[in-house]
Design a binder for this molecule. Structure first.
Ligand code: G6P
Length: 614
């Protein structure tokens, strides 16, 4: 979390920094700030609590000249989100300014030490301590700014991506990373630095992803140089970005979330394109081909993830166990890494992550690696840290997801997991040809079925209107749709701030039923399948207590339609692919309720899209 950006070149830096920060705002939006070097000698720093637009309104009254600068958009960790704690932060002599994404864990010890040496701190942040430490080393050891950064970083523990500029070296930007991402864009005599490629893509497609414990020295005349914290030279590996600029814009939709919901037919199609062919009856995941035997023969698969990606993992558990008969465990990465889990060399660990940067997931993976497990990734962001730490994997190809609430990333993750389950089942001989063929046919039909579902948007909006004032909501599902109940509840609570819980439908009578009265909307997935009648009974139990039922049913259903207060039909598909279709109405309901409640749909309070702190 926190987005950072930097520019050095011939252009005016300020508009580039502001545009970049707006693109990175999904990473945090508690405050924003920029620092610019004007005429090689004046250091102007502007920072403001609130959104990037608040910063722009403030900076309008001041000079924004300069062709070198850095910027930051914050998700607060240390110190409340106010103007003072906003980045960039100054050294004591106000010669150096630094922006930071991550947490310096030993900052208090360093702060005490520096205080003894006369440093005075103006903010509550760990970042200010780091910039003072760099200043202290630079002065004491009489070294260059880059050497001072290198020496300082050897003393800090924790996670960081930093970018800094200094009045004494006005033609340089120094950047470094450990566990938080940084990308450097290489233009014509100009360089960009950013937390991800979104601020860079419209200027250049040539990028270098900085690796952990590397420092980049970007010099106006001498170009880019990379060294390790251990002080060895590293030759930059230049890659070409595949991202398109249009993918980063709203394209006529009111919100990124709505755009991304509507992109799902295309995104899902992209996630299986070239990997599945129903007419020729094959499925292939090129990224994991070399590991197929190992996965098929694994003692068990452990899926680790956070948030919505964890819900995708739960669906994956149902799919892989059902089709391929391999034991699967799904773990919250944050719990897994701290609970001394049993990991054996014959385990396959799959990390699921939209951003590929989630700190807990990354740390859990590294832990599993040390125990000798094979690591796979299901990741959306190409070139991200998780995609690089894993042995192999499959990208979801959903395209950039900007709305903080995950939508297309989730359905494409489930698509990949379904394909993995089918592939492994075929390899292990646990699926017959008829079912396999049927699943291939159904998978290919999913994008079209979502297109059809999206035509119900206005109807779903009408349903949402009835429940926009609810204080609580319950989501119920069974089997592979139980995780969809969890995901539906998460979507509603994160963007509309209505308290919501997801439950396996049959568990309702062990607690949540006590909450049901005429004010409680209960969203139920009641599609055709082996559990249909059981779910109908659960619906009757809710109705008997005057709860309101909003049911997702299979097209053509007659029974639930008669009992439910509202129903949404989804096209018929294989039982194991229902989770993908059933997700979409819940996304739309949450979206419309949040809009009706006047919430900031794309940037819900307190959240961030890429959680690079523990
Ligand atoms: C944050 C986001 C969620 C996301 C979770 C995991 O909480 O707001 O939308 O599901 O992180 O992120 P990842 O990038 O690892 O999927």
């Amino acid at each position: 979390m926190c987005g950072i950006v930097g520019y050095i070149g011939d252009k005016k830096a300020y508009p580039i920094l502001i545009k970049g920060l707006s693109r990175l705002e999904y990473r945090g939006y508690d405050s924003a700030g920029v620092a610019l070097i004007q005429d090689g000698k004046i250091l102007n720093v502007y920072k403001r609590q609130g959104k990037v637009q608040d910063l722009v309104d403030f900076a309008n009254d001041f000079s924004t000249e300069g062709t070198v600068g850095i910027g930051h958009t914050r998700w607060a960790t240390h110190g409340e989100p106010n103007d003072v704690n906003a980045h960039p932060h100054f050294s004591g002599d106000e010669n150096i300014v630094l922006v930071h994404n991550g947490i310096i864990e030993n900052y208090e010890i360093i702060k005490k030490e520096l205080t003894k040496r006369g440093h005075e701190f103006k903010t509550e942040t760990d970042t200010e301590v780091l910039v003072h430490l760099i200043e202290e080393i630079k002065e004491n050891s009489q070294v260059s700014i880059e050497e001072a950064v290198r020496m300082a970083l050897k003393e800090v523990h924790g996670a960081y991506a930093i970018v800094l500029i200094s009045k004494d070296s006005p033609d340089k930007i120094i950047a470094a990373r450990k566990s938080s991402p940084l990308v450097i864009g290489l233009g014509e005599d100009e360089y960009y630095v950013a937390s991800d490629a979104t601020p860079i893509v419209e200027y250049t497609k040539n990028v270098v992803y900085l690796e952990d414990e590397q420092i980049a020295i970007v010099d106006r005349k001498n170009g880019l140089r990379i060294i390790s914290i251990g002080n060895t030279e590293v030759s930059p590996y230049v890659q070409e970005l595949e991202m398109q600029l249009e993918e980063l814009e709203k394209g006529g939709y009111d919100h990124f979330m709505l755009k991304e919901i509507y992109e799902q037919p295309r995104a899902i199609h992209d996630s299986f394109r070239g990997r599945l062919n129903a007419a020729e009856s094959w499925i292939a995941l090129g990224g994991i081909r070399d590991y197929e035997n190992q996965i098929a023969n694994a003692d068990r698969i452990v899926i680790i993830a956070c948030g919505t990606s964890w819900h995708a993992g739960l669906v994956g558990e149902y799919l892989i166990e059902d089709l391929a008969r391999i034991p699967v465990e799904v773990e919250y990465a944050s719990e897994f890494r701290y609970r001394n889990p049993i990991i054996r060399p014959n385990d396959v660990v799959i990390a699921i992550s939209q951003s590929g940067e989630t700190a807990d997931t990354l740390a859990a993976l590294k832990m599993a690696k040390e125990e000798g497990a094979t690591l796979l990734g299901i990741v959306n962001v190409v070139g991200s840290s998780i995609s690089r730490v894993t042995d192999a994997g499959s990208y979801t190809h959903a395209g950039p997801e900007i709305g903080v609430a995950s939508t297309k990333a989730f359905t494409t993750q489930v698509t990949i997991l379904a394909m993995m389950a089918m592939l492994l089942a075929k390899k292990r001989g646990t699926i017959n040809q008829t079912r396999f063929q049927n699943l291939l046919n159904e998978m290919e039909a999913i994008p079209e079925k979502i297109e059809y579902l999206l035509t119900s948007n206005d109807y779903i909006k009408g349903i949402a209107d009835n429940y926009k004032d609810a204080a609580n909501a319950l989501f119920l599902g069974r089997g592979s749709c139980f995780p969809i109940a969890l995901e539906g509840a998460l979507k509603l609570k994160e963007i509309s701030y209505i308290h919501a819980e997801g439950y396996p439908a049959a568990e309702m009578k062990h607690g949540p039923i006590a909450l049901i009265d005429e004010n409680m909307p209960v969203f139920v997935i009641a599609t055709q399948g082996p559990n249909y009648e059981k779910v109908v009974s659960n619906i009757q139990e809710v109705k008997a207590r005057k709860g309101k039922i909003i049911a997702i049913v299979t097209k053509g259903d007659t029974i639930v339609k008669d009992i439910a207060d509202h129903y949404i039909e989804i096209p018929e598909t294989d039982e194991l692919l229902v989770p993908i279709l059933a997700t979409v109405p819940f996304q739309l309901i949450s979206y419309h309720i949040a809009v009706m409640r006047g919430c900031n749909v794309d940037q819900p309070r307190n959240l961030a899209k890429s959680v690079t702190v523990e």
